[in-house]
Design a protein around this ligand. Structure first.
Ligand SMILES: Cc1cc2nc3c(=O)[nH]c(=O)nc-3n(C[C@H](O)[C@H](O)[C@H](O)COP(=O)(O)O)c2cc1C
Length: 417
């Protein structure tokens, strides 16, 4: 596991000698579309399902030259959106029980498999029927096209952010949220005919539908290419094969967004954005504590250690903290910028967090959970009109040196005004 991970680092030497030319005309398509003969439904026609739009809908668009880029409710490294979402639904009024592909850009669900006595529950240890199951897939080429080996990190973080979006959407409906990484991924992916180009590693389930056990999917699911073209990346497929385990505890009883008014949460989902430049204004300690409430405890439960550089939180000593303990006092804005691959966001923020872990066995899942926590940070910051951005590009070696840790560095997250 660690040996794969080490090949995805950015170190100071590699950075200076590497080439970075990217021909954007060759960017693969970032959405999947089934042929029009598949039945498809507008989410707005189903009161019970409207909330699903909050996971991936378009919330803004930007124009670069002549090119219009749609931005979605969930953030994504490089705006490449390498994940797709499939939803198995049971007992929804006027909708056949089935497996649906979520067409985020069109707010639609496309029926790709009608259920009988079968279901995706079959691939899990607990095979009883669930009301809603979300399956998040990774179509790795969308990201590998640009980021090559390092794409594995961004894809996992993106999956984590999507988990956060699903959690927020379910929270609006007071529906339970349980993350389950444990299922027979090989068989399920085979039955979805993905041929490894796309694959499921993450799922969410809500409540029990009926105490009935499901059978294996009775037919293969039709697949269409997740991109308009794709290339096999052996390294990434081998990484997946070597890192999958089926014994990570189910993550439940999450209360990160409890007590927030529904309309405020809805507004945060609709307006969340990644900041492109901070004005270098401070945030208060109270704001910092609201944004990070219960985050450090949750992270530590899964052996994720969060360091942070306090650049500009009022009423707190400036310096480097590990979890919540001050390690080194001082003004580290310049070094923070450098560690973040010279991105100004990292030094101009009020605070820059570093997600790290010494657990190299579970890198795969801890990465996803780091993305999940970060999505909570996005939403809570937005609730306070405070800006933020994930930073997937940073120097691994220099960050470890400055933090004085041998932990793997997973992700940087900047918060400020
Ligand atoms: C995993 C991940 C890594 C990211 N890394 C960077 C980064 O290194 N620098 C940066 O400026 N933005 C980064 N971003 C922000 C994305 O550029 C941004 O999410 C994307 O352009 C879509 O914009 P939005 O978040 O405003 O919807 C990252 C986002 C994610 C989810």
């Amino acid at each position: 596991m660690q040996k794969f991970y080490d090949k995805t680092d950015i170190n100071a030497k590699k950075y200076l000698t590497g080439s970075s030319f990217i021909d954007y005309r060759t960017q693969p398509r970032a959405f999947k579309k089934f042929p029009t003969f598949f039945l498809s439904y507008d989410l707005d026609e189903f009161e019970e399902l409207k909330f699903i739009k909050n996971i991936g809908k378009i919330t803004a668009s930007k124009t670069y030259g002549n090119v219009k880029v749609d931005l979605r409710a969930n953030p994504s490294a490089g705006g490449l959106y390498p994940s797709e979402i499939y939803i198995q639904l049971r007992g929804i009024k006027s909708l056949v029980n089935g497996i649906y592909h979520y067409e985020a850009l069109e707010n639609r669900l496309t029926l790709i498999h009608e259920l009988s006595n079968d279901g995706v529950e079959f691939y899990f240890e607990d095979k009883t029927q669930k009301k809603i199951i979300f399956l998040i897939s990774n179509a790795y080429f969308r990201s590998a096209w640009k980021y090559e080996k390092r794409a594995i990190r961004y894809i996992l973080l993106d999956s984590g952010h999507l988990l956060g979006s699903i959690y927020a959407a379910l929270e609006l409906e007071n529906l339970p949220f349980n993350i389950n990484f444990n299922f027979d991924k090989k068989s399920l992916n085979e039955d979805f005919s993905f041929d490894n180009f796309e694959a499921f590693y993450t799922s969410v389930f809500t409540q029990i539908h009926k105490e009935l056990e499901c059978k294996k999917l009775r037919t293969q699911i039709v697949n269409v290419c997740a991109c308009d073209y794709q290339l096999k990346e052996k390294f990434i497929e081998e990484f997946y094969e070597n890192s999958l385990k089926d014994d990570f505890p189910i993550v439940s009883n999450i209360e990160f967004l409890k007590g927030i008014k529904k309309e405020d949460l809805q507004k945060a989902i609709d307006t969340r954005r990644s900041i492109r430049a901070f004005k270098k204004e401070p945030i208060s300690k109270e704001e910092f504590l609201f944004i990070t409430k219960d985050i450090f405890e949750f992270a530590q439960k899964y052996e994720i250690e969060i360091y942070f550089i306090n650049n500009n939180i009022k009423e707190m000593k400036k310096g480097l903290y590990k979890n919540v303990e001050l390690q080194k006092e001082g003004d580290f804005k310049e070094i923070a910028t450098k560690l973040g691959l010279n991105q100004k966001l990292s030094g101009d923020s009020a605070v820059t967090l570093f997600f790290t872990s010494k657990n190299s066995e579970n890198i795969f899942y801890l990465y996803i959970l780091s993305g999940f926590i970060s999505q909570i940070l996005y939403l809570r910051s937005t609730l306070l009109n405070i800006s933020c951005s994930g930073l997937g590009a940073y120097f691994d070696d220099l960050s470890k040196e400055f933090l004085e840790t041998s932990n793997n560095i997973f992700y940087l997250f900047t918060i400020g005004k």
